[in-house]
Ligand binder design. Structure first.
Ligand code: HEC
Ligand code: HEC
Length: 252
């Protein structure tokens, strides 16, 4: 098994390299049946997260018995377009935060039980909020303060790593469109997240996907929710700027 995937990767290394193209959603690389699943909210296996997120949005949490809705009002109005500009510098903490981290900070503000990264609650709220930006282009606002984070994210993206000594663009730029173990390699864009991945049989975050890719090249991944992964995420949002948010996406 191990040898087979290694030789597949070696074969890849000798294919011709393709020049950088316009950003293209992973959706466009999928089979029609998987696309159809994403297109229909009733068939979309990730859509339950939107409903579950809405339930949580209205649920009192913490000692004051407040809900997200108590402070914010209707999610459709208040979170419209928010996911399209994340990650951002959080005013309160001065840290770069993605949506998941921001939601963790919000529940901490409420004094509620801390919600673990990738927990069903965080995934649901992230999906609900991302859904309020569906069909809106990802548009990070790269201020001078954000530039160093972006530069670090780019470095992580371009760094070769793991036993296979591969960088992200060696697959997602040089080999986008090529086959690898039953998958068609896409550009590795982040506009559909959280996604329901059929291979996992459950939904997952952007960071879970980064982790999966790093493990597949036998590299030690950063922690989900770590500064490094959020910087990488910022870089990927910038790289795919203009692609519309598809959350909840469906992938093979
Ligand atoms: C050995 C090749 C390979 C490398 C190296 C690799 N990936 Fe991937 N990646 C894949 C495959 C295969 C998939 C699943 C099919 C697809 O969507 O491309 C994938 C999927 C993704 C997706 C989901 C795309 C979507 O539309 O849902 C993202 C995001 C991603 N990769 C990011 C990364 C990042 C960040 C790195 C570097 C840390 C990386 N990948 C390194 C092979 C690779
Ligand atoms: C006590 C009132 C209060 C509660 C409860 C509250 N928030 Fe907030 N939230 C705010 C305020 C004020 C801001 C703007 C300042 C900031 O970003 O910290 C904000 C900002 C946000 C943002 C960032 C919006 C942006 O434009 O960047 C998100 C996302 C968010 N809240 C989600 C939630 C979620 C999810 C919950 C429930 C788990 C929640 N909030 C509960 C008061 C609250």
């Amino acid at each position: 098994m191990r040898r087979r995937c290694l030789s597949a990767l070696l074969a890849l290394a000798f294919c011709q390299t393709v020049v950088a193209e316009e950003p293209r959603s992973g959706y466009t690389y999928m089979e029609p049946a998987t696309q159809a699943m994403q297109d229909d909210d009733f068939l979309n296996p990730g859509f339950f997260l939107v409903d579950e997120g809405l339930r949580l949005w209205r649920q009192p949490m913490g000692p004051a018995g407040q809900s997200c809705a108590d402070c914010h009002g209707p999610v459709e109005r208040e979170m419209n377009g928010v996911a399209a500009r994340y990650p951002v510098l959080d005013a309160g903490t001065g840290k770069l935060v993605n949506l998941e981290r921001k939601i963790q900070l919000e529940t901490a503000r409420m004094g509620a039980e801390p919600l673990a990264y990738e927990s069903p609650e965080i995934l649901s709220l992230t999906t609900l909020i991302s859904y309020q930006s569906r069909n809106m282009p990802m548009q990070p606002e790269i201020t001078p303060q954000l530039q160093p984070f972006l530069d670090r994210g780019r470095k992580i993206y371009e760094q070769r790593r793991g036993q296979l000594n591969l960088s992200c663009p060696q697959c997602h730029v040089d080999h986008a469109g090529d086959k690898l173990r039953g998958d068609v390699i896409s550009q590795g864009q982040v506009n559909a997240f959280p996604i329901y991945r059929l291979l996992w049989g459950e939904p997952g975050s952007r960071h879970r996907m980064f982790e999966w890719c790093m493990q597949s090249i036998r590299a030690r991944p950063f922690e989900r929710g770590s500064d490094e992964f959020i910087e990488l995420e910022l870089y990927l949002v910038q790289r795919g700027a203009g692609l519309v948010i598809e959350a909840p996406g469906v992938r093979r």
